[in-house]
Write a protein that binds this ligand. Structure first.
Ligand code: NAP
Length: 183
């Protein structure tokens, strides 16, 4: 069965964006990536997945970067409660409940593993339903004080084990977690 992997960056205080949705605090690592796209194993990870999932707020934030859509060769699903048919990017808008949708998607033959891009709300729904199999979290050495947390309010306790920890010389620490199966 397909795996769902939450591959995401956070601040030291567990935020994925400022309250306004900004991710400027990721600029230092983004600059390194511009020089060497595989600096942090990103290309290897990207090649390993076939599908992306994101909430509508995250999608809007990506559009605000004013760059070509970054995942053109993947199957991309965006969760929204609004009907949308006005978009030219290679994305499909999903109005179905994310938990039902991902439960079914994991059983499909096509696509390969799934990158859960975020954000906080979608992360919460899928975590609570035990649908996140692994988390690759890049923790940046910055406290941003307030913002959008990795998991939105209403998240339940879940246990993970650590598979690997990599330190990228004063840029960030990347921890790879695997969900402990429920007994
Ligand atoms: N640091 C990182 O690596 C990273 C990664 C990803 C995201 N982020 C940040 O995370 C922030 C966004 O997180 P967020 O929690 O605000 O939003 P989000 O999880 O990206 O998206 C929330 C949206 O998803 C849709 N949605 C929620 N529940 C739904 C349901 N049951 N069925 C269908 N659609 C549903 C709604 O869209 P509609 O309002 O259209 O209905 C809702 O507004 C952004 O600022 C982004 O930059 C950071």
């Amino acid at each position: 069965m397909k795996k769902v992997i939450l591959y995401i960056a956070s601040s030291l205080d567990g935020m994925i964006a400022t309250r306004q949705g900004g991710v400027d605090w990721l600029n230092a690592s983004n600059e390194v990536l511009e020089e060497d796209p595989n600096a942090f194993g990103y290309i290897d990870f990207y090649k390993s997945i076939g599908i992306t999932l994101m909430g509508h707020n995250t999608y809007e934030e990506i559009l605000n970067f004013n760059i070509p859509f970054p995942y053109p060769d993947k199957i991309n699903y965006v969760f929204t409660r609004k009907e949308r048919d006005d978009d030219t990017n290679p994305v499909e808008f999903i109005t179905e409940d994310p938990v039902n949708f991902v439960n079914e998607l994991k059983k499909e033959e096509f696509g390969g593993d799934i990158w859960l891009i975020g954000g906080s709300q979608i992360n919460k729904y899928l975590l609570n339903a035990n649908l996140i199999d692994e988390i690759i979290l890049s923790i940046h050495p910055v406290v941003i004080g307030s913002g959008i947390p990795l998991f939105a309010e209403g998240t339940l306790k879940k246990d993970f084990e650590i598979i690997e920890t990599i330190s990228f010389e004063n840029t960030f620490i990347q921890i790879h977690f695997k969900r402990k199966k429920c007994k």
